[in-house]
Design a protein around this ligand. Structure first.
Ligand SMILES: Cc1cc2nc3c(=O)[nH]c(=O)nc-3n(C[C@H](O)[C@H](O)[C@H](O)COP(=O)(O)O)c2cc1C
Length: 227
């Protein structure tokens, strides 16, 4: 089991090579209940804010949840869809070892949600369309797309500091309830949740599709790799 670094050590680890951080950033769902220093969480958010947003709106808000009652309520919301999705997933993935492994980790997270030391809830202000864009479609993709670059920055910062993190959306399935739990006005929409804590396991390389399977040159279907 990995050691918990001091705040100074964790912050110093931000100098980790970008390539190493990107190649080993993955969902760490099993975390220890030990507290995470606010300075570390705030640093993750400060680095998240270097990301782009549609029309440079910077219309983001980050709720840092440590209060037990708020965590319990969000945990209860997570358990509701999981009781259906988890059972369905296990049935569908009966012969898929790697998917079963993920589902076990998700189950751990759902069951221990209240013990996770910090939940960051990235939110967006305004209606679900970015202004000054030509069509509703571009407005909507730009709106929701305005949070995820910042979330990826946050995940990479957490990874560099050795802090376990994952990106989840299921606890927010009932947005009205999520707003009430978090005290959000109607003008602020919670988009996802990033649970943070010191890992019980360790970071390691991720398994992803090979690049040749997803890249197309000029038009869809043109797989020829040019050199
Ligand atoms: C938009 C989005 C929503 C997600 N929602 C959840 C979620 O609700 N619960 C969960 O356990 N993981 C969620 N994930 C994480 C994926 O399941 C995870 O990236 C995938 O299992 C790959 O894991 P790895 O990075 O450890 O390889 C979400 C990821 C994205 C991008």
């Amino acid at each position: 089991m990995s050691e918990i670094p001091s705040t100074d050590e964790a912050l110093a680890n931000l100098s980790m090579p970008l390539l190493d951080a990107m190649m080993t950033q993955r969902a760490i769902r099993r975390v220890k209940p030990d507290p995470v220093d606010d300075a570390i969480v705030v640093k993750c958010i400060e680095l998240a804010l270097r990301a782009p947003t549609g029309s440079n709106g910077q219309n983001w808000e980050f709720i840092v949840v440590k209060d037990q009652r708020v965590k319990d309520q969000l945990g209860k919301r997570y358990r509701q869809p999981w009781s259906i999705y988890g059972a369905l997933g296990r049935r569908q993935a009966a012969n898929d070892e790697s998917m079963l492994k993920i589902l076990k980790a998700v189950e751990w997270q759902v069951e221990h949600f209240s013990e996770i030391p910090v939940l960051v809830v990235p939110c967006l202000r305004g209606g679900t369309r970015v202004p000054y864009v030509p069509t509703p479609f571009v407005g909507e993709t730009s709106y929701f797309g305005s949070i995820y670059p910042s979330v990826q920055n946050l995940l990479l910062a957490a990874r560099a500091m050795g802090l376990g993190a994952s990106l989840i959306t299921m606890p927010l399935w009932n947005v009205t309830s999520a707003r009430r739990i978090l005290g959000l006005p109607l003008s602020v929409t919670p988009i996802c949740v990033v649970p943070l804590g010191w890992p019980r396991g360790r970071y390691g390389p991720t398994t992803r599709k090979p690049v040749e399977d997803v890249v197309h040159f000029d038009t869809y279907g043109n797989r020829g790799l040019t050199t």
